[in-house]
Design a protein around this ligand. Structure first.
Ligand code: GLU
Length: 494
């Protein structure tokens, strides 16, 4: 490879603003970022916005915002000028046009005037005779005089690469070793479109060269494009960067490339679901890679010290969402109380009684897998509850009178307690249960259901305390009503 030890390492991420960034792209970005930082190099962000049809509104801003939300940044790129700007391809059109024409002058590329209709016809014929679709070279050998005449007449044209016949194209992938193609497999691809925009292939090679990128590290789906890029490096007589192609992420069920159909895929949607960015990053670090001491929980700084793309497994990796859940829980519980409250802000519904936030947080925070769980785990504190009366009668079937008595006596305690506190509640309610010789499991489950409508909740006495005397009493009234209505419907069905 033509990199000398002194060449500063420069990596890049080159997203297209065609939709929300995929979490696999965030993983690629993280690796490029960490590798550059590890070697005191630079990480460049370049926006590849040459496909104006697929571009989404605000796409360029969204890319920048999601990278920052994950706590990452770039050394050169939009808003951070280095010596190689601009870093948005639509602002570099003249450069690509000039480079494409340079190739034409050197006989490495040619003007093609074929109409869409003609190209369609060629494709159909190839399909009919089961040949792979490719350009048939019609304009490859036009006479110079004809080319000039047609250009002067203002005919539409594209510029195509003149792919040499039967040449070996190979490169050494950092993960996969030597990969070889034959140039006969490569089409005379379009470099410059008729609207003056470059194709991805031309723009990516020109920019990676002009931006002095030393390592092109991207997803495995780009391997088949690499021979096209290598042919371009050769045509320009430029040295090739080092290539690495990272493995795909598979769906959590292990089947197929990670896709929207099977769950969350965009980097943004993980944050919206209440995953902490640092937990997702940690998870992305250990997908298909392990630290020397096998530790799984690591900070960005620790990762930067160790990460080497050559250590990556080249097998596809399953996006194991359970592992992410586990990591997220750990990161949540490592936050200070103040920080946790700050992060929860967007996940707390407007009806939530903020004066009780600390008290309620104490009860549920051990059980938070994501920040979004907070509202589901706590909704009974501020929302009306509903449940089936049969739940109240569990282990006390046909004993409506017993349950009604339990509710009444419990209510008496709620009313008579001087201090409505966890301690007092627990003391008096336990005395009551023992005195009445009520079956413990039955009574406490009934009370849990009456208070929350759920079978699994935070500790019962703390929960009643947090509900407060008034709401807790109202919940007992609701339970009474439910049992009485239940009795009535039972009678009617006799
Ligand atoms: N613009 C391409 C993308 O959207 C970049 C591919 C590459 O890294 O070469 O992913």
């Amino acid at each position: 490879m033509m990199q000398s030890d002194k060449t500063p390492i420069r990596t890049r991420m080159a997203p297209s603003p065609t939709g929300d960034m995929h979490v696999a792209s965030m993983a690629t970005l993280l690796k490029n970022y960490a590798f550059a930082k590890r070697h005191q190099g630079q990480f460049i962000l370049r926006i590849e916005d040459t496909d104006k049809v697929r571009e989404v509104e605000d796409g360029v801003n969204k890319i920048q915002s999601i990278i920052k939300q994950y706590g990452l940044d770039w050394d050169e790129g939009p808003g951070k000028d280095g010596a190689c700007g601009p870093y948005i391809q639509s602002q570099r059109l003249e450069i690509y046009q000039e480079k494409a024409k340079e190739l034409v002058e050197q006989g490495q590329a040619y003007y093609c005037f074929c109409s869409k209709e003609r190209l369609d016809e060629v494709r159909q014929q190839q399909q009919a005779s089961h040949q792979p679709p490719r350009y048939d070279g019609h304009c490859r050998h036009l006479a110079q005089a004809e080319i000039e005449k047609r250009l002067a007449a203002g005919e539409n044209y594209v510029i195509r690469l003149k792919v040499p016949e039967n040449q070996e194209i190979s490169f050494t992938d950092l993960l996969r070793g030597k990969i070889t193609f034959n140039s006969n497999q490569v089409d005379d691809q379009v470099l410059l479109k008729s609207d003056g925009y470059p194709t991805y292939h031309l723009a990516v090679v020109v920019d990676d060269h002009l931006m002095k990128i030393t390592h092109v590290m991207r997803g495995e789906e780009w391997i088949s494009s690499t021979p096209k890029h290598i042919l371009l490096y050769r045509a320009f007589n430029w040295s090739q960067p080092i290539f690495a192609h990272f493995p795909l992420f598979l769906n959590p069920d292990g089947k197929g490339k990670m896709s929207k159909r099977k769950g969350t895929v965009s980097a943004q949607s993980f944050l919206d679901k209440g995953y902490l960015p640092e937990a997702v990053l940690n998870f992305l670090m250990i997908l298909g890679w392990a630290a020397k001491d096998q530790k799984e929980i690591m900070s960005l700084a620790e990762y930067i010290q160790e990460f080497d793309p050559a250590d990556l497994s080249m097998n596809s990796v399953i996006f194991d969402i359970h592992k992410l859940d586990w990591l997220n829980g750990i990161y949540i519980r490592n936050l200070s109380r103040e920080e946790l409250k700050k992060r929860l802000q967007n996940f707390i519904p407007p009806e939530f009684p903020l004066d009780k936030l600390d008290q309620i947080l104490d009860l549920v925070y051990e059980r938070l897998v994501t920040l979004a769980d907070f509202s589901e785990l706590t909704d009974f504190f501020y929302k009306e509850i509903d449940y089936s009366p049969t739940l109240l009668l569990k282990k006390a079937e046909n004993q409506e009178d017993l349950v009604l008595e339990q509710i009444q006596l419990t209510k008496n305690i709620f009313h008579s307690l001087a201090d409505f506190t966890t301690l007092e509640l627990e003391k008096e309610i336990r005395i009551l249960q023992e005195k009445q010789a009520w079956q413990k499991a039955q009574y406490f489950m009934m009370l849990r259901i009456a208070m929350t409508g759920k079978t699994a909740t935070p500790p019962l006495f703390e929960t009643i305390d947090a509900l407060g005397r008034e709401l807790a009493s109202q919940r007992l009234d609701l339970a009474t009503k439910k049992i009485k209505n239940h009795e009535k419907t039972e009678d009617n069905s006799l």
